[in-house]
Design a protein around this ligand. Structure first.
Ligand code: SAM
Length: 231
């Protein structure tokens, strides 16, 4: 299995809001560092990709859905599928069923992702859904397409965290239990204001949750706005 992995977020929300934009820019930047590709799939035709994201070299916008990109050709002949020769494979892999190379990161999957999955999958698929509390299991929209699934442990992560953790497992060969996590961290804005994030994050070298650039400011702005709305 080639080392350069493809990370796909299937766009499932009606729009791409500022939270998602920051998350996707973070994913694209981290993907670029390891020479992979980050693809936002199933975009409606004419969709305007935010300039910050379009400027990222690892980023690719795709109107096709993941099923069309990696079809199930197990019952028929596999012929020169575009992705077979794409970012990952160069020759000699034409017999692989495209669908079998895709792993859906699924909070309800029976098996957890492990470093050995590096050799099994080349494409990692995530739901383009903002986290919700309690989780509404919108990943089920992708589960029903029948891709192999892996869980990243029992706690809901933000999408960029889920991609980060997947990368740590398959590219850096961490086992899930060796990754330093911060669950439901409190973000302190000042002496009086803080908010608790209902997600799991990776702990950064500074002891804080790793978050996309600009996210703390955005969360603070949203928190101020909800307080203003009360008056
Ligand atoms: N509440 C959401 C739902 O309805 O499924 C979870 C959305 S989560 C913010 C976005 C994506 O990150 C999910 O679709 C999944 O691909 C991935 N993800 C997040 N936490 C995960 C976990 N613990 N195990 C596997 N995948 C996870």
């Amino acid at each position: 299995m080639p080392d350069h992995k493809t990370y796909i977020v299937e766009h499932l929300d009606p729009e791409l809001g500022p939270w998602s934009e920051l998350e996707y820019v973070a994913i694209a930047r981290e993907t670029h560092r390891t020479g992979g590709t980050f693809c936002l799939s199933s975009l409606p035709p004419g969709f305007r990709v935010p300039a910050s994201l379009a400027a990222e070299p690892a980023f690719r916008a795709e109107t096709r859905g993941v099923e069309e990109m990696y079809p199930d050709l197990s019952s028929g002949e596999v012929k020169g599928e575009e992705e077979e020769k794409g970012e990952e494979g160069k020759g000699g892999q034409a017999k692989v069923n495209p669908k079998s190379r895709v792993c859906l990161l699924d909070p309800q999957a029976e098996r957890d992702l492990s470093p050995e999955d590096k050799g099994v999958f080349g494409v990692f698929l995530f739901g383009g859904i903002l986290g919700d509390d309690p989780p509404r299991d919108r990943t089920s929209e992708l589960r029903k397409k029948g891709f192999a699934g892996r869980r990243l442990g029992p706690v809901q992560m933000t999408t960029d965290t889920a991609v980060r953790v997947t990368r740590m497992v398959v590219e850096e060969q961490f086992t899930l239990n060796k990754i330093p996590y911060l669950d439901f961290p409190d973000l302190k804005f000042n002496e009086h204001e803080s908010t608790q994030m209902p997600f799991r994050y990776v702990e950064g070298p500074d002891g804080k949750p790793i978050m996309p650039e600009g996210m703390v400011d955005l969360i603070k702005k949203d928190a101020d706005k909800s307080i203003d709305d009360l008056f």
